[in-house]
Design a protein around this ligand. Structure first.
Ligand code: GLU
Length: 437
């Protein structure tokens, strides 16, 4: 079984979505079950109802899960297994207070050595502290695992001291709950962000404590960097999946981009279904990848081209498929749904409302003359662009830019853009609506 295990503590980051996509692709390749597990162990930071956003986004990206659980449903099992580990002397109650541990941390810092928990401290404050935590005994030997992206990784035993598995309030820690649930659900392959590499030996230690020896495949995905070469964080708006969607990037283009990023793929533009044919974790580069919004824009335009005109029209808020055709003409200069919508809305806007002062001063009279002439034409939809143009030139006597600039403005609401003859082929069906003042 594969799983995607988001925490319901904030907006979905593109790194999380990337992990979800990769897990889902592998589940499809292996024809295996895909679990969506909401990791709600951080009671204070959980956001009520966040799982609905997560489910909505995954669905939008075409990711379907077969099973769904809240990690908290398993809290009783987590506690039970912690008790079991205590009974086997693999875990123990630790009564140390925060004050005591802070002091020890401070001492380690002063002596310029890494802080390590010492098991002999466990009961020093037993008489005064009524709320002990449970710790799993640290590693007695080195822990190694094979990562499909990073290769063989080894953690020295002294790097993994006894760590908390159940907090004072009885809630399991992320590492413990995650390791137990991966065991209970028989997870075969874990794909997640690189920030979890250092958690993996702890989770393996939990498994070993319970004599669970399944050989799980791990793959830790390199972080995604911003323009400045720093890890993309909440401060980079493009790190938020919702922000990208709100800015008019298509889910299929975002998905394409996240699979392409730092990966060896047979082509640049593809769909989820196509990735399933060739995706291999081993082809993902070890090095962090830089987020390139221009590449995403390119892919967005490519996916607009793949959409049929009716679907594109609907996405832009219009019913008629010819609006989809019109939008495709604008792909030379617009990359997002919002930019396309702006172009189309300008075409249909009342021209008197959007004419700029400067343009009005230079071409205002010609706009009015042409407008009246166009509105008086009959059966425009039967005309070719050349016929339309010749009739207007003859009727108005306008020439050169005094003719073409106002005409372009009337047909598109803008003084620059695609070839007028390409636009005319579509807008001629709506001409009376478009040319109104
Ligand atoms: N809840 C963790 C996160 O959102 C999941 C890590 C994992 O996949 O094990 O980062």
């Amino acid at each position: 079984m594969l799983r995607f295990a988001p925490s319901p503590t904030g907006d979905m980051h593109i790194g999380n979505l990337r992990a979800a996509i990769f897990n889902y692709i592998i589940a499809l390749q292996k024809k295996d079950t895909f679990l969506l597990r909401i990791e709600d162990t951080d009671i204070e930071r959980n956001i009520e109802g966040k799982e609905k956003d997560i489910m909505f986004l995954l669905t939008l990206f075409g990711i379907k899960w077969d099973k769904f659980i809240f990690q908290s449903e398993n809290f009783p099992k987590h506690r039970q297994l912690a008790e079991y580990l205590i009974s086997k002397n693999k875990a123990f109650y630790c009564y140390c207070t925060k004050g005591f541990l802070d002091k020890k941390r401070e001492e380690a810092k002063e002596q310029k050595r890494a802080f390590r928990y010492d098991d002999s401290w466990a009961e020093l404050e037993k008489d005064t502290n009524k709320n002990p935590v449970i710790r799993l005994r640290g590693a007695s030997s080195d822990i190694s695992f094979k990562d499909s992206i990073k290769g063989e990784l080894t953690f020295k035993n002294d790097e993994i001291d006894s760590f908390v598995i159940i907090k004072e309030n009885g809630i399991p820690t992320y590492n413990f709950a995650c390791a137990i649930d991966d065991m209970l659900f028989d997870i075969d392959c874990i794909i997640r962000g690189e920030d979890h590499v250092s958690n993996t030996p702890k989770q393996i230690l939990v498994h070993r404590g319970l004599d669970y020896n399944k050989d799980i495949e791990f793959a830790h995905l390199p972080i995604i960097l911003n323009d400045e070469g720093k890890k993309m964080s909440k401060r980079d708006s493009a790190s938020s999946v919702q922000w990208l969607l709100d800015s008019g990037y298509l889910p299929q283009a975002i998905l394409n981009y996240l699979v392409l990023l730092g990966n060896k793929t047979p082509c640049e533009v593809f769909t989820l279904k196509e990735c399933v044919e060739w995706f291999r974790l081993e082809n993902v580069a070890k090095a962090p990848a830089k987020f390139d919004i221009n590449k995403l824009k390119f892919l967005n335009r490519e996916h607009f081209k793949l959409l049929n005109e009716q679907d594109l029209a609907v996405l832009l808020g219009y019913k008629d498929s010819s609006i989809g055709a019109l939008a495709k003409i604008y792909l030379q200069e617009a990359s997002t749904l919002n930019e396309l919508r702006d172009k189309i809305d300008r075409i249909f806007a009342k021209k008197s409302l959007i004419i700029q002062d400067e343009f009005k001063a230079e071409f205002g009279d010609e706009v009015v003359i042409l407008q009246q002439e166009i509105l008086s034409l009959e059966n425009v939809e039967k005309l070719s662009y050349d016929e339309f143009k010749d009739i207007l030139i003859k009727a108005t006597n306008l020439k050169g830019k005094k003719f073409f600039k106002p005409l372009r403005f009337l047909l598109s609401g803008s003084d620059h853009g695609p070839e007028i003859c390409d636009l005319f082929a579509v807008v001629k069906y709506y001409l009376k609506d478009i040319v109104r003042s």
